[in-house]
Ligand binder design. Structure first.
Ligand SMILES: Nc1ncnc2c1ncn2[C@@H]1O[C@H](COP(=O)(O)OP(=O)(O)OP(=O)(O)O)[C@@H](O)[C@H]1O
Length: 264
C-alpha cells in the first residue's frame, strides 16, 4: 500500500443547508483508532456517498450518525443535528433513530407479514388510527416503487420477497417513520444488477424528501446516484466535494489513485 500524506485533504463543504454537521469525529475500537475525520456538512435533500477501500472506516463513520457504535466503540467529536450534539449521552437514542433511520447491507425484513413490517414500529410509537396506518403503508410502499408488486399480498410473509424487493421493503420500513435522514450501508451489495438499478432509482426519487448518506463500494454507483462524495482513506476523509468534481477532477493523489484503480 502506498504511503499517502493523510494531512493532505481537499474538503469543500456544500454551500447548501445542512441536515447534519460532523466536527472532528473520532472513533476507537479499544486502542485501535479507526476514524479521525475532518469537519463535514451533509446537505439536506441530497445524496452523499461515502467511498473508500475496504477497512477505510466507511461503515464505522456512517454508524456514528445514529449512535450505532455506542456499545462497540468510543466516539469523540461533535455531530450536530437540529442544534443538538447527538453524541450527548443524555439524548434519547430511540427517538434519534426515528429521525435518522438506517438500512443495512443485507435485507433484514421481520418474520412477519409485509403489512406488519411497515406498521409494527408505527404502532409501537403510538399510532392507532387504522386509516393513518394504511395510508403510511401505501405511501411508503409507493415511495419505493413496491406497491404494485405487493399490494395483493400485504398479509403474506415478507420473507417470501426476493432480495431486491426485501431491500426496498426495508427502505419503505425506514421511510414509514418519516425520518429526516436515511443512512444506507452498502444497501445493494447483495442485489443483482436489475434490483440494484431499481433501488438506485428509488433512492434518487426519495432524495426529494429525505437526506441520504450511503456507503458504497461501487464507484459507478456513487457517481450515478450521489450529489456529493466523501473519499475515506485509513479513517481520514481525504476529499469531499460535489460527486462530479471528485470523479473528474480529484485534487488529492490518494483520491485520484483510488478512483483510477491505481490504489494499493
Ligand atoms: N466491531 C469492531 N471491532 C473492532 N474493530 C472493528 C469493528 N468494526 C470495524 N472495525 C475495524 O475498523 C476499521 C474500519 O472498519 P469499517 O468496517 O468501518 O470499514 P469499511 O470501510 O466500512 O470496510 P468494508 O468496506 O470492508 O465494510 C477496520 O480496521 C476494522 O477492522
Amino acid at each position: 500500500m502506498k504511503n499517502y500524506n493523510l494531512d493532505e485533504t481537499y474538503i469543500i463543504n456544500p454551500q447548501k443547508e445542512s441536515t447534519l454537521s460532523a466536527k472532528q469525529v473520532t472513533v476507537s475500537y479499544g486502542t485501535n483508532h479507526v476514524i479521525h475525520a475532518a469537519d463535514l456538512n451533509f446537505p439536506r435533500y441530497k445524496i452523499t456517498s461515502l467511498i473508500g477501500a475496504s477497512g477505510s472506516g466507511k461503515s464505522t463513520y456512517l454508524r456514528c450518525f445514529n449512535r450505532m457504535n455506542d456499545k462497540i466503540a468510543t466516539v469523540g467529536g461533535q455531530i450536530m443535528y437540529r442544534d443538538t450534539d447527538i453524541n450527548n449521552p443524555k439524548i434519547n437514542v430511540y427517538e434519534l433513530r426515528r429521525h435518522i433511520g438506517m438500512v443495512f447491507q443485507r435485507p433484514n425484513p421481520f418474520a412477519k407479514s409485509i403489512r406488519e413490517n411497515l406498521t409494527f414500529a408505527l404502532k409501537k410509537n403510538g399510532m392507532t388510527d387504522k386509516n393513518e396506518l394504511e395510508m403510511r403503508l401505501e405511501t411508503s410502499l409507493k415511495g419505493v416503487a413496491l406497491w404494485d408488486e405487493v399490494k395483493d399480498k400485504l398479509d403474506q410473509s415478507a420473507l417470501a420477497l426476493s432480495g431486491g424487493q426485501a431491500q426496498r421493503l426495508c427502505v419503505a420500513r425506514s421511510i414509514a417513520m418519516k425520518p429526516d435522514i436515511l443512512l444506507l450501508d452498502e444497501p445493494a451489495s447483495a442485489l443483482d444488477p436489475i434490483s440494484t438499478a431499481k433501488l438506485e432509482e428509488t433512492l434518487k426519487t426519495l432524495s426529494n424528501q429525505f437526506s441520504i448518506i450511503i456507503v458504497t463500494h461501487n464507484m459507478q454507483q456513487a457517481s450515478r446516484i450521489s450529489d456529493y462524495t466523501a473519499f475515506l482513506h485509513m479513517g481520514h476523509v481525504i476529499e469531499y466535494d460535489e460527486t462530479e468534481n471528485v470523479f473528474t477532477n480529484p485534487h488529492v493523489r490518494a483520491t485520484e489513485d483510488y478512483i483510477s484503480g491505481n490504489f494499493g
